[in-house]
Design a protein around this ligand. Structure first.
Ligand SMILES: [Ca+2]
Ligand SMILES: [Ca+2]
Ligand SMILES: [Ca+2]
Ligand SMILES: [Ca+2]
Length: 363
């Protein structure tokens, strides 16, 4: 076997009388000229014909053919460099031209297939969705999908651009294998209350001429955090209520709002007074904020109440307001006559001629 191999190499050395190299771009149409092989090898076209010049490509597909009549090499089948060589460079076809009729001649031909920028950078998915809490800290990283450009060299992937850059910056990390990791890094805090949905575009560009690009939409849903406390519409509510008003009378309605979402913004009202009798006389509806009477209020006992109402969200954040209730007097006191002694009873037949002084004396 070794001997046979040695013999074969010797044969090559003996018979290789020349070699020629061409360089053609990929994707040339069928029938395009690769090179004038007869001229370049210094052969007469007649010799090519008479010598039964043939082209050997081995097992590889026949991309190039020899036109013996014209003494030229032509594209037989359109060459896609990306299919032929993938990321390998340089990409070349190697074949031989032999003249079978004596004197036997053997020529080597190399055809380099030059890349053209016929592939744009491509993302596998057209869009990518993230759910990010508005409480995410600055510097938080989010891994992005990489693009692929089948071309090589300057025609391959060169850079990424992220827009807009209000909240996120783009960071590229070179990997050992020559590829790059793509990350977006939070540089400005998110605020769900201002912007619940963000839409960014990641663009990958190559360095070809003209430059080609591919894009991916990045959809960000900002998740809520409980970063807003409830806020009452007023810090002080004033109300008047007539004494003896029946239980259940609505004194006033307090209202607070919370900018957060769901339970973070769900408000519960309660009365915060602890040191007085307000809780015995008033209640607040925990959902509606209606402040109602639950006891009997009496102007003569107290003509003014201060109710501290608290609004809490489910996350424990609160605000308070004051409800000042003025009790309106209603003339409900019957005259009270203190009878001091029986001798003070005024007789019915008392003379009406008594002077005012004597009246007083009589009483
Ligand atoms: Ca290409
Ligand atoms: Ca490209
Ligand atoms: Ca809240
Ligand atoms: Ca929030």
């Amino acid at each position: 076997m070794a001997f046979f191999y040695f013999f074969f190499v010797l044969l090559l050395l003996l018979y290789v009388v020349g070699q020629v190299s061409y360089s053609v771009p990929e994707e040339m149409a069928k029938g395009s000229l690769v090179g004038n092989i007869a001229q370049d090898l210094g052969l007469d076209v007649k010799r090519l014909r008479s010598g039964k010049a043939r082209l050997y490509t081995g097992d590889s597909a026949q991309y190039i053919e020899l036109n013996r009549e014209r003494g030229v090499l032509l594209i037989k089948e359109k060459i896609d460099r990306e299919v032929l060589c993938r990321q390998t460079t340089p990409c070349a076809l190697h074949f031989q031209i032999t003249l079978e009729k004596k004197p036997i001649e053997f020529y080597r031909v190399h055809v380099e297939i030059v890349d053209i920028n016929d592939n744009a950078p491509l993302f596998e998915k057209g869009d990518f969705k993230f759910k990010i809490s508005e409480s995410a800290v600055i510097g938080s990283k989010f891994d992005l999908e990489r693009a692929v450009d089948l071309d090589v060299g300057i025609n391959g992937l060169q850079n990424y651009i992220l827009k807009p850059t209000d909240n996120f910056a783009l960071k590229l990390h070179n990997q050992a294998d020559g590829s790059r990791n793509v990350e977006m890094v939070l540089k400005q805090p998110l605020d769900r209350e201002k912007n619940e949905h963000l839409s960014l575009v990641l663009t990958a560009v190559d360095g070809g001429e003209p430059q080609l690009s591919g894009t991916m939409q990045i959809q960000i849903t900002v998740l809520d955090a409980n970063d807003n406390a409830p806020v009452f519409t007023k810090s002080v509510y004033k109300a008047n209520v007539a004494e003896n008003s029946p239980r259940g009378t609505v004194v006033t309605i307090v209202s607070a709002s919370d900018a957060d979402y769901g339970s973070n913004g769900r408000i519960t009202y309660s009365i915060g007074n602890t040191l007085d009798d307000v809780r015995q006389l008033f209640e607040v509806n925990e959902h509606t904020g209606e402040v109602r009477l639950t006891g009997n209020i009496d102007y003569e006992k107290s003509n003014n109440y201060r109710i501290n109402v608290r609004a809490s969200d489910d996350g424990g954040l609160t605000d308070t307001c004051k409800v000042i209730v003025d009790v309106i007097d209603v003339n409900d006191n019957h005259p009270i006559i203190n009878i001091m002694s029986e001798t003070n009873v005024i007789s019915e037949d008392i003379k009406t001629t008594l002077s005012p002084r004597k009246w007083r004396k009589a009483l």
